[in-house]
Every structure is written in C-alpha cells, then in structure tokens.
Design a protein around this ligand. Structure first.
Ligand code: HEM
Length: 164
C-alpha cells in the first residue's frame, strides 16, 4: 500500500494572476436587473474564475437563471488578462451575440476590480458597459452599468455571490 504523502498544496498561481487570486474559484448567488426601459427582474447566477499556473490568464464563465422557475437566462464567458503594468484586460462573449473588450484596474488589498468597455461588437443598442467587482468577507458583489442608444450609463445588474 502506498504511504500517504504530505498534504498537497494548490499550485501557486502565475505571478501575473496572483494579485487577482481573490477572484479565483466558483461563486453562486442572486442578482437583480433594472433599467428604465424594462421590468425589474431577479436571477440566480453561477460564476467560475479558473486558471492554470503556467498561463497569465484567468478563464471566466458565467450563467444565470430565472429566480422563480430556474429557466436559463443570459450566459457569457471570456478571459481576464492581468498586464505587467498592473492593468487588466478582459474579453467577453455574451449569449446574446454581443462581444466586449474591457480594460481597467484592480486593487488586491481592497479586492476590487473596475472595468470599462473599450470595444463593443455586434450590439444593436448597447453603447457602453462598465463592470465593478468587490470581494468582502468572502462574498463577491458586482454592479454592471450600461448606456444604450436611448439611455445614459446606469445600472442594469447588481448581484451578490458566495464562494462554493
Ligand atoms: C434587457 C443588455 C446582462 C436580462 C436588456 C437590454 C439590453 C441589455 C440592451 C434592452 C434594454 C432596452 O431595450 O432599452 C445587457 C448587457 C448585459 C446584460 C450589455 C451584460 C453586460 C443581462 C443578464 C441578464 C439580463 C446577466 C439576466 C440575468 C435582461 C432582461 C431584459 C434585459 C430580462 C429585459 C427583457 C429583454 O429585453 O429581453 N439587456 N444585458 N441581461 N436584460 Fe440584459
């Protein structure tokens, strides 16, 4: 029988990913959606931030469902690329067909990330998107704001997720 070895530690993240390691893992929670032109709604959400220590990139997948019925809603996935200058670049493909390139900054002490759209592709109405994330007491919260052809920049989504 093989002797039990020492407890295995998770491998250290890539040095560029390390300052953003507060995001890594699987999160689940609930959010609410608003905008002047729509009926407010509630949703469930799961987010996975994963990475391999050999690559300076975090993989991101998100899916949402209707709070009342569990039926699928919006989903999106992409890549978070921390840069050597301390900024972060994020590319996201949404299930609606919209694509985003976001850039921004993070604060690893405060566990915050703020992003704003540099490029939005294949969008009929959306002009601008901002995303702000924060981890407090092991809970991930975010606010997504958008500007459309008819409404100025304002919140569309707010959510609070726990690590699972
Ligand atoms: C409506 C964009 C994320 C659910 C809308 C509208 C836009 C939009 C442009 C129509 C607003 C109007 O007609 O004035 C976006 C963008 C997102 C996002 C850019 C991400 C950055 C989500 C997510 C959910 C969601 C995550 C679900 C959890 C809805 C619903 C409506 C809506 C239910 C109203 C009904 C509808 O028009 O389909 N969104 N959305 N959205 N969004 Fe989002």
């Amino acid at each position: 029988m093989e002797a039990a070895g020492p407890p295995t530690q998770p491998p250290a993240p890539h040095p560029l990913v390390a300052p953003l390691s507060f995001l890594l893992g699987k999160w689940r929670g609930e959010g609410e959606g608003t905008f002047p032109s729509i009926v407010p709604f509630r949703y469930g959400e799961e987010i996975l931030f994963s990475h391999h220590p050999s690559k300076p990139v975090i993989s991101y997948t998100q899916r949402t469902w209707k709070a009342a019925s569990g039926d699928p809603m919006h989903a999106e996935s992409g890549y978070w690329r921390p840069r050597p200058d301390g900024s972060v670049e994020v590319v996201i493909a949404q299930s609606t067909g919209l694509t985003e390139v976001q850039t921004g900054s993070y604060d690893s002490e405060k566990k915050t990330v703020t992003l704003q759209s540099e490029l939005i592709g294949n969008a009929a109405k959306v002009k601008q998107i901002t995303r702000a994330f924060q981890v407090v007491d092991g809970e991930l919260s975010y606010v997504v704001q958008m500007a459309t052809i008819t409404n100025s920049l304002q919140p569309h989504l707010k959510a609070l997720l726990k690590r699972i």
